[in-house]
Design a binder for this molecule. Structure first.
Ligand SMILES: [Zn+2]
Length: 385
């Protein structure tokens, strides 16, 4: 068996309401597209349920008072929330059952980690996961409990000595970075639109980890409008060398697709063509440095029908090592149109973004500067670990 999709058909409860950009329909349509392409029926592909995950598990990384606050507001949702814990703010409105829904997302990422680490499969994907902004003591950026951090934590608790986490969401993976900032067993790498302009306002090259974990937190801030070609140059300058130095036993990735040029919440200029290239690279890196062990989660992405399902189906095909057809299956286009009112693009690949040479050079200069800063701040330290 090679790849698992972690999925329960009731996985639509993490829902901040109809006016919030993080809509469960994006995950529903993703799984429907993966299935419509026949990937879940392919040889070596399993669908596995989430693992049990309770409040006792949540306090392994979150503070008990924060978990108590989530439980309290989940049982009795007061719209005012509790500002001390980031709950009830516009980004993180409270909703009935949010504690259980958030535990479920964590259980799915833990199931992915477990299936890969125990050798049931080589790769596993939790499309509902990737809630990388959740902090030890507060909700942040649509994220209540930090499921990718729990995947990493499970791996460490079950024998992994070195875990690499690569985050390609357009926002800095600040929650996961924070959880393991002092832990030399975890390398976090985040490529993202610079925090100068975008939430959460962190993720600069001088955030390198602390204590004996100095050098294990790597950040590549990129300019708004950065296109795929420049993004991939930065990726290639940092990620393979860092993995080569760190020698992980397993790769965990957060595959947010809010880097897309049409995403309404951010300003990067990638297309689905770039997700194909990132997926190929991550697969190759997992085999080269982590014996093929690759745990993947979803993440951000707010074009719920026109981008997210295609992006994550492209990544799932990379996990499976399968070819996708050029055309998106017609029955899925009909379903998507029924669910959201608009028909998504009919091809998997968008083509590249057209951009002036001047703009391209500006984004390339900033990317090169970020890579140079990161290498100066962190690479010597990483190589000495
Ligand atoms: Zn994001």
């Amino acid at each position: 068996m090679s790849t698992a999709l972690i999925w329960n058909d009731d996985e639509f409860t993490y829902d901040f309401g109809p006016h919030h950009p993080l809509k469960p329909v994006r995950v529903e349509l993703t799984v429907a597209l993966i299935r419509a392409c026949g990937l879940t029926e392919a040889d070596g592909v399993l669908t596995l349920p989430r693992a049990a995950f309770t409040a006792d598990d949540a306090v392994r990384l979150h503070t008990p008072d924060y978990v108590d606050a989530v439980m309290r507001l989940s049982a009795t949702p007061d719209p005012l929330g509790d500002g001390r814990y980031g709950l009830g703010l516009a980004d993180n409105p409270v909703f009935a059952g949010m504690h259980e829904a958030s535990l479920g997302v964590c259980g799915a990422s833990v199931a992915a980690a477990q299936a890969v680490w125990e050798g049931t499969v080589q790769h596993a994907f939790n499309p509902a996961g990737g809630l990388h902004h959740a902090m030890p003591g507060r909700a942040s950026g649509f994220c209540i409990y930090d499921d990718p951090a729990f995947a990493v934590e499970w791996l460490l608790r079950n024998g992994a000595q070195r875990v690499a986490y690569v985050d390609v969401d357009t926002h800095h993976g600040d929650g996961v970075q924070t959880m393991f900032y002092n832990d030399p067993r975890v390398l976090t790498i985040s490529l993202h639109e610079t925090g100068r302009y975008l939430f959460p306002g962190t993720g600069f090259a001088n955030e390198i980890g602390s204590g004996d974990a100095r050098g294990t937190s790597l950040n590549v801030p990129l300019a708004p409008s950065t296109p795929g070609v420049v993004y991939l140059e930065a990726f290639d300058s940092v990620v393979p060398a860092a993995l080569d130095a760190f020698k992980p036993e397993v790769l965990v990735t957060q595959l947010g697709c809010d880097t897309h040029v049409t995403d309404p919440l951010a300003h990067m200029a990638l297309t689905t063509d770039d997700y194909t290239l990132i997926g190929e690279r991550l697969r190759e890196l997992a085999y080269r440095y982590a014996r093929g062990r690759w745990v993947a989660t979803g993440g951000g992405g707010y074009q719920v029908a026109s981008v997210v399902p295609r992006a994550w189906t492209i990544y799932f095909a990379a996990l499976c090592g399968a070819e996708l057809p050029a055309e998106v299956p017609r029955e899925w286009l009909v379903l998507a149109e029924e669910r959201v009112g608009d028909r998504p693009p009919g091809a998997f690949l968008d083509g590249q973004v057209r951009m002036s040479d001047e703009r391209l050079q500006i984004t390339r200069r900033e990317a090169r500067q970020s890579v140079e800063d990161l290498k100066r701040h962190a690479f010597d330290l990483l190589e000495r670990l």
